[in-house]
Write a protein that binds this ligand. Sequence first.
Ligand code: GLC
Length: 624
Amino acid sequence: MALSVRTRLFVAVALTLFSARFVHAAEIYMDHKIPVELRVKALLSRMTLVEKIGQMMQIERSVANASVIRKFRIGSVLSAGGSTPEVNKPEAWQEMVDSFQSGALRTRLKIPMLYGIDAVHGHNAAYGATIFPHNIGLGCTRDRELVKRIGAVTALELRATGIPYTFAPCVAVCRDPRWGRCYESFSEDPSLVRKMTDVIYGLQGVGPPGLPFVAGRSKVAACAKHYVGDGGTRKGINANNTILSFEDLVKIHMVPYFDAIAKGVSTIMISYSSWNGVKMHANRFLITDVLKGKLRFKGFVISDYQGIDQITTPPDANYTYSVLASINAGIDMVMVPMDYKGFLSNLTSLVNSGFVPMKRIDDAVRRILRVKFSMGLFEHPLAERSYLHHFGVQGNKDVAREAVRKSLVLLKNGKDKSQPFLPLSKKATKILVAGTHADSIGLQCGGWTISWQGSPNDTTKGTTILHAIKTAVSKPTRVLHKASPERGYAARSKADFAVVVVGEPPYAEGRGDNQNLTIPAEGLRTIKNVCPEVKCLVILISGRPLVVQPYLHLMEAFVAAWLPGTQGKGITDVIFGDYEFVGKLSRTWFRSVDQLPMNVGDAEYDPLFPFGYGLRMDIKHKTP
Ligand code: GLC
């Protein structure tokens, strides 16, 4: 039957309107001029359950490739500690990230993949990147403007490798230095940690308060971690139990998140630890009711690496329950990171059977899309080739050198005030440099450097303390170097003075848990062999205060240098008097481990050096 002209006209108009509306819906989420919330709503309305769950999965780069990402609609990929492209060069990082992205951009909805990495003291996985002092040293600077600049440099060097997201800053309030991650914490004092969250402004840029925000392609999305109470576990045992009243949990460990959220942090990572026996990864009250409800966090909540797996422990570990408990607790993105098929099938069946409501899934995906839209990832999903020139440049290293200078804490200078030992003379006839940590980039950088655990070898570019000394002194000055001199060597050397650089081996997370906190034997031996024979400055390279009282009397001067990173000249700038010491302790220096935990403000407080302590040389010098 022929259609009347009128009917044909009506059908044509209707089809045009429908297709326009369909195209309109298809286009609206791709249109950056449309408000973020409208783009989120439009895109979410078109997503299938598989596509939604795909956005909730973060997988490790070692199991990722373009076809896996496309097939499973994977929303995020990470480099776990030390997981780097075969050739560790910025160009190779860019190619790797873009190859993953090509899979995401070939999915039906073309939702870009978000690549994340632990850039916790610079872009520490990338060979040649600028490596800054770890947070314990930055806390000693108390310099908010400096940490903001450090964040900005870190963001640039991340973007130079095509990476738009870092799992930093760690805003832990470490209350016990026996914890292997204490160096990742700015301080034992919540108010000092709160100030240091300004690093988020450096990483992300400054946006509307309380909303996830990343100011364009020279900035990256940040991640405040690990929520909540990671630094308060029993005896500092990593990932263990934090036993506190809710009031104390808030005023000690939660307050830095108030600032991080106000400063627009895009994501928050959940802690492996437990609060009063409840695993944080299953804690609906603290994640949904407090963090998302009371604190009105609008970004997305990400699990830690296999964090949901630890909700139940073998032998009765039950992954289905882990998925159920963690997603219903309010976790939005899961750092799976390997068995994405297992996660997908478990969550799909939990949703289809009604155990996980679709509105919980929609809340998770809404938050993830909100971050991706607000950081411009849809507009600029690929690496900026032109940013390669930001990587490891001198200007960045100068910021790190300044940070080293300001992080050093002078704890002893001369056997009495009338005879200060520092500054050292650049015109000495002979200097003995000793100690295991005098000539090792790896040792001065510590954990989370190139590899997850770090290494004592020269794993990246930088200036060792020995090299910095050789460069700083006058031409005629002879610099002797022996890592572990035997007794008598120093005396025979007839050196004017010795610089003894000792400390801890590199470590990360639980491998750094330590119940006795003594200076490792080889370093102790060097102090005992050298300092009684030649006047010595001891520089301690460590992730925390160590037992030092029994040996202080042997030292003319003692400096805490923490884990200074690649710019060793920041140390010689100060010990030779070009710059003044400005660092003040960010943590209490105990006399004995039997006193621990002991923090500023405690009723019983009898430290060797109190929180905030730090001497000056009081010389005419350049401003720090
Ligand atoms: C680790 C750490 C966390 C890190 C994550 C990804 O286990 O707990 O700080 O961001 O895994 O490497």
